[in-house]
Write a protein that binds this ligand. Structure first.
Ligand code: SF4
Length: 354
């Protein structure tokens, strides 16, 4: 089941075949793999070589994706595959994203099996995470459809580096997303991620016009993307193009992969970034990977009350109705709220879906 045909590619006059899934537009000779490693030219077409294969499954709190306004407190069945279409030098999941060992994708599961497992394990959603689902979109879409048939939602955690046609097809199957906005400079994107900021901003604007609930995360790296001016420009852009209600998460970097010489992000940097974003007019700004109760609280824009207080990924207090209105003033909180808050807590539970 691992190798399947794909749709988004075309032949070039010089005999190569171009994959059209992401702006990298890899042009491949027979047998060559793309930058992401999991898409390959085989028998004159582009195939996905990791359909139905995973690096393992875990149940996480949805807040860990991070999504703070989507089925709060609920458990999400999370998995990734191998490879990535970005080349981030600071990758925090590089053992997966840079994996060249497809055979280490030990867990195999088809869409039906996964959807049944999510239901059996009491998960409200399934998340394509750890590496970018853009590169295994055919598998992710089939899993999302099988889950939808059972009332389970699909979540994509992605860098948003995708071409328009596959993007449109992919997000028709997805209910919620967290998009990594890695910085707000083309220089950073070019030098540190080997990608382009403009394409990611295009994805964010595209999502604004869909029904997909999405939140944005920026991993702050000392002296690389944490300057006041850059943060102000980022927040102004988000406000102007996505509106004040898009949740923004600032999370802390830890030295990893090819950036082990850079120190971890000081908590004060996250608080400073949050102040800048709030001052810019964004309403829901969170800090992550640090102990910061203020930075993890959702305040009601209607009455200013602390509507949801969190400690890391755990709910400390919750004052929203089952359909997401402020219990104090009735303000309709932006997001997806369907029933009582979940009680999964902060646990991370590795599971077998077989
Ligand atoms: S999805 Fe993979 S093969 Fe296709 S263009 Fe992007 S990096 Fe290249």
């Amino acid at each position: 089941m691992a190798v399947v045909s794909t749709a988004h590619w075309h032949r070039l006059d010089d005999g190569r075949v171009q994959c059209d899934v992401c702006p990298r537009n890899c042009r491949l000779h027979e047998g060559q793999r793309g930058f992401c490693f999991v898409r390959q030219r085989e028998h004159d077409e582009i195939v996905l070589t990791t359909y139905g294969r995973s690096s393992g499954f875990c149940i996480d709190p949805i807040e860990k994706k991070p999504l703070n306004h989507f089925l709060p407190g609920s458990p999400v069945l999370s998995f990734g595959t191998a490879g990535c279409n970005l080349g981030c030098r600071f990758c925090q999941n590089w053992d997966i994203s840079k994996s060249r060992e497809i055979d280490t994708l030990g867990s195999a599961a088809g869409p039906e099996e996964l959807a049944a497992a999510a239901e059996r394990l009491g998960c409200r959603s399934i998340a394509f995470t750890y590496n970018d689902p853009v590169i295994f979109m055919e598998y992710a879409m089939d899993v999302a459809d099988a889950c939808r048939a059972r009332g389970i939602k699909a979540v994509a955690v992605s860098a948003g580096y995708m071409n328009p046609a596959p993007r449109e097809e992919f997000y028709r199957h997805i209910d919620a997303a967290n998009i990594d906005l890695k910085a707000f400079s083309e220089h950073f994107y070019e030098k540190i991620t080997f990608a382009r900021l403009a394409s990611v901003l295009e994805t964010l604007e595209y999502l604004r016009g869909t029904d997909v609930w999405f939140e944005v995360t920026t991993l702050l790296i000392p002296d690389r993307n944490d300057g006041d001016d850059e943060l102000r420009r980022q927040c102004d852009w988000l406000l102007e193009h996505l509106g004040p209600d898009v949740p923004l998460h600032f999370s802390a970097f830890h030295p990893d992969f090819k950036m082990r010489d850079v120190p971890p992000t000081p908590p004060e940097t996250l608080r400073r970034a949050r102040r800048i974003a709030l001052d810019a007019g964004l309403r829901f700004v969170y800090t992550g990977n640090v102990h910061d109760p203020q930075g993890q609280t959702t305040r009601c824009p209607g009455c200013g009350a602390a509507a949801v207080e969190r400690d890391w990924y755990e709910m400390v207090s919750y004052r929203l109705t089952d359909d997401g209105h402020c219990a104090a003033c009735g303000y309709a909180m932006p997001g997806v709220y369907e029933g009582p808050v979940g009680s999964w807590g902060r646990r991370r539970l590795p599971v077998s879906v077989a």
